[in-house]
Design a protein around this ligand. Sequence first.
Ligand SMILES: C[S@@+](CC[C@H](N)C(=O)[O-])C[C@H]1O[C@@H](n2cnc3c(N)ncnc32)[C@H](O)[C@@H]1O
Ligand SMILES: Nc1nc2[nH]cc(C(=O)O)c2c(=O)[nH]1
Ligand code: SF4
Ligand SMILES: [Mg+2]
Length: 241
Amino acid sequence: MSRIPVLEIFGPTIQGEGMVIGQKTMFVRTAGCDYRCSWCDSAFTWDGSARNEIKQMTAEEIWEELSLLGGDCFSHVTISGGNPALLESIGGLIELLKAHGIRSAVETQGSKWQDWLTQIDDVTISPKPPSSGMQTDFDVLDRIVANMLKANHPGVSLKVVVFDETDFEYARSIHRRYPSIPFYLQPGNADLVEANTAELRVKLLETFEWLINMAMAAPDLNDVKVLPQLHALVWGNKRGV
Ligand SMILES: C[S@@+](CC[C@H](N)C(=O)[O-])C[C@H]1O[C@@H](n2cnc3c(N)ncnc32)[C@H](O)[C@@H]1O
Ligand SMILES: Nc1nc2[nH]cc(C(=O)O)c2c(=O)[nH]1
Ligand code: SF4
Ligand SMILES: [Mg+2]
């Protein structure tokens, strides 16, 4: 039985980002990432700081935990990380969720392909802009987008986090490269240590407003959706929400 390294299972909560923002959902967060984004808000999934919390779980064990936590108050599960697309074993979990009538979503950066991606209802691909310190492998990203288009997948979107003007230009180039994919812009949270949510909200709303203004002035982004991290506005930098 192939296992999945799980760092946290939480919910029900709302999806705070992107294409299904506001959707009531459970979260399964896997351990491990092939990237090391400078501003990663989930660095504990890969920096070793939470290594003692990683549980190697079967799909059935994950389902049990989801049921225990969510009872009958959920019909949607979001898989995030880390990078869940590192794990072939997620395929079995998706099948099990489907068998229970549960819809699924995934958050991934578009650096790895898995066949199970086509089985997910809401697929968010989030290529990383220059401020992350990461470099996009466009051969891989092109192939992932092409595979999703070939599968006629109805629920795929691109979401780019933007911290500065260089990131904004990168985001534009992503939209230009894949014009048929619904495109989302998300302001970066630059203060991952602020424990005072009221103070964090002010900063997050300022960067949200900056990003709205940038997008409104860009004629090549007339179809873009600009969204804040809703969960950060509500719960701040708290983990497991
Ligand atoms: C923690 S990542 C996990 C999934 C996958 N590794 C990825 O990056 O898409 C989930 C989402 O959070 C976003 N994110 C991470 N750190 C952030 C930050 N400081 N501010 C805004 N968004 C952030 C990522 O860009 C991604 O869209
Ligand atoms: N509520 C909530 N929404 C989210 N959307 C993406 C998240 C993530 O960390 O992948 C996330 C998260 O951690 N919490
Ligand atoms: S790709 Fe996602 S999980 Fe990995 S370091 Fe970047 S933001 Fe964090
Ligand atoms: Mg998050």
